[in-house]
Design a protein around this ligand. Structure first.
Ligand code: 2RA
Length: 334
């Protein structure tokens, strides 16, 4: 049955991708309502579902939808998601409820059945952090087969993680530097053009950033595996889209690259791109706008021997790391 779908935060980078993904996945959209702040209200947007006028968000209007996709700040979600979730299905892309024990944190290929636990007056589902989602897609098939004991992630995160403003900052700074001017910076803590910045989100008491801790906390919750030791170093790099991640794992059972390739080749949502001789490995330029995440550079770990691997993944932060996963969650309800 066709659904009334609302997107709140429709003018942002994730909002725009949500509209496109609804069309790409042939989601049964009966009507599409785009909500944003008063500042954007009245503007028109051309979408695969026709020309739409941005509406000012209100709980009353959004509650009339069958499904509401939130692409808003954590603060906004904290205030409004619970109210909406009493009336309709809400899929929240922010971090506000990801660790709430009453809210399922879902990657459909991994724990889609978690949405069955929803109560009628609490229909809120959280969408994971992008860095978590992209790593989890490659790690889950390996966890099922070999059992993960330890995971060490180093990320190479695109400027799209900070939205359209982040991408624009990279382009503008690059232009300024090439023109012989100072890079300057507004969105990131330092210039991002011709630089890498090992600082995403706020620093925590343990010295890790919140972005890094999200990988630890969220992966454990999604996998239902609180004992896996997971650490991350999250780094912003001067790319536009796609988060890449170098990941080292230690496993319970013996593992080798051939066995891992067999498991990953058939994993849903994963493309094995692992042919170094032909110079084929996961890269942002190839994973951009692609639904599946790429995994490759699979090696026996020098550190963990026959119980460990090194791998490299790349996934579109705006898609599997945000909009695609959210729409796939919505599909679980139809
Ligand atoms: C980032 N993970 O890349 C964030 C976006 N959710 O900044």
């Amino acid at each position: 049955m066709a659904k009334a779908v609302g997107i709140v935060g429709a003018t942002g980078a994730v909002g725009a991708e949500l509209i496109q993904v609804l069309a790409d996945l042939k989601f049964p959209v009966g009507s599409l309502h785009l909500f944003a702040s008063e500042r954007s209200a009245g503007k028109t947007v051309t979408t695969p579902f026709g020309i739409k006028t941005i509406e000012t968000f209100s709980v009353e209007a959004a509650s009339k939808m069958d499904i509401v996709l939130l692409a808003v700040s954590g603060e906004f979600a904290k205030q409004y998601a619970p109210l909406l979730a009493e009336k309709t299905i809400v899929i929240d892309n922010s971090s506000a409820f990801r660790l709430d024990e009453n809210v399922p944190l879902v990657i459909p290929e991994i724990n889609g059945e978690a949405v069955k636990e929803l109560r009628r007056n609490h229909q809120l589902v959280a969408n994971p952090n992008c860095t978590t989602a992209i790593a989890a897609m490659a790690l889950w098939p390996l966890h099922k087969e070999f059992g993960l004991k330890k995971v060490i992630v180093s990320s190479y995160q695109a400027t799209s993680g900070a939205g359209i403003e982040g991408m624009n900052e990279l382009l503008e700074e690059t232009g300024r530097v090439l023109g012989g001017e100072e890079a300057g910076h507004k969105v990131f803590a330092h210039p991002i053009a011709f630089n890498v910045i090992p600082h995403i989100d706020s620093f925590q008491e343990n010295g890790y950033t919140k972005e890094e801790m999200k990988v630890t906390w969220e992966t454990r919750k999604i996998f239902g595996a609180p004992d896996i030791a997971i650490s991350c170093t999250a780094v912003r790099v001067p790319t536009l889209r796609v988060h890449a991640e170098a990941i080292t794992i230690e496993t319970e059972k013996p593992v080798n690259p051939g066995a891992a390739r067999i498991v990953l080749k058939d994993a849903p949502g994963v493309d094995l791109v692992d042919n170094p001789e032909a110079k084929q490995y996961p890269m942002p330029v190839n994973a951009t706008k692609k639904h599946n995440i790429e995994v490759g550079r699979i090696r026996q770990s020098i550190v963990f021997g026959d119980h460990g691997l090194d791998i490299f993944v790349a996934g579109d932060q705006l898609l599997k790391g945000a909009a695609l996963n959210a729409v796939q969650i919505a599909q679980l309800f139809i």
